[in-house]
Design a protein around this ligand. Sequence first.
Ligand SMILES: NC(=O)c1ccc[n+]([C@@H]2O[C@H](COP(=O)([O-])OP(=O)(O)OC[C@H]3O[C@@H](n4cnc5c(N)ncnc54)[C@H](OP(=O)(O)O)[C@@H]3O)[C@@H](O)[C@H]2O)c1
Length: 241
Amino acid sequence: MIVLGSTSEVAQAFVEKALQEGEKFERIYLFTSNKETTERFARHIDVKFLQQSEIIELDLTKEINYQNFDYINSSLLFCATGYLGDGTEEGLYDNKNTQRIIDINYSKLVPVINYFAQKFESRRTGTIIGLSSVAGERGRQSNFIYGSAKAAFTAYLSGLRNYLFEKKVHVMTVKPGFMATKMTEGLPLNPKLTATPKQAAECIYSAFKKQRNVTYVLPIWSVIMLVIRNIPEFVFKKLKL
Ligand SMILES: NC(=O)c1ccc[n+]([C@@H]2O[C@H](COP(=O)([O-])OP(=O)(O)OC[C@H]3O[C@@H](n4cnc5c(N)ncnc54)[C@H](OP(=O)(O)O)[C@@H]3O)[C@@H](O)[C@H]2O)c1
């Protein structure tokens, strides 16, 4: 199994859930921009599940040498990579912040997924799970750079699913609403609409087993987004969302 964004608590909870359910992986490749924190998780799964894992450094803001990944083979890729950035007015007009959000959520991430998608395609097997966001469904003033990068990522996953369908590779898009993780630490989230990493992992694992194409984390978000998508633009543009 390949994990992108290994310090994500959702990614870690998904790995644990899969192992608890008896999924067998020859090796778990933990891609991370934060080796130290990932080492703790790697040790944890090595001890608890006698699972072989390997940590691979990947910082999407730096140059990537794909030859280093040539030996990696797997049939499951879980991508939890994401970056919220600064959604304030200062953040919006700070080009560094804007570029970083676009790079980590979309432009630098897509080539990495493509690299592994091609491997899956040539072996005619595998599943790619990508965590996008409900933020990608409609641009809102509070986080539309992040939302637009996620919209692009959602469209990418949809196209990849379509492209790989006949090649026997499945692509699942996950659209989380709020999740209580380090990304949202300190934000005033409504607890009724917020999933814990464990809850999120359970939703995602169940959708993975059912080979879903698109899934929301916490079903209530599919209803919320149905409403949000259908608010007429002349009303929507006046809302403080
Ligand atoms: N939390 C929410 O409410 C929420 C809502 C909707 C969607 N999402 C999406 O769900 C996914 C998981 O998010 P999370 O809540 O678990 O947040 P998170 O803990 O911040 O996870 C995102 C991961 O992205 C990786 N990452 C960040 N910068 C990177 C860089 N420069 N290069 C490579 N990797 C980088 C990090 O993994 P490493 O440290 O291992 O590199 C980080 O753990 C993300 O795609 C996020 O956008 C989250």
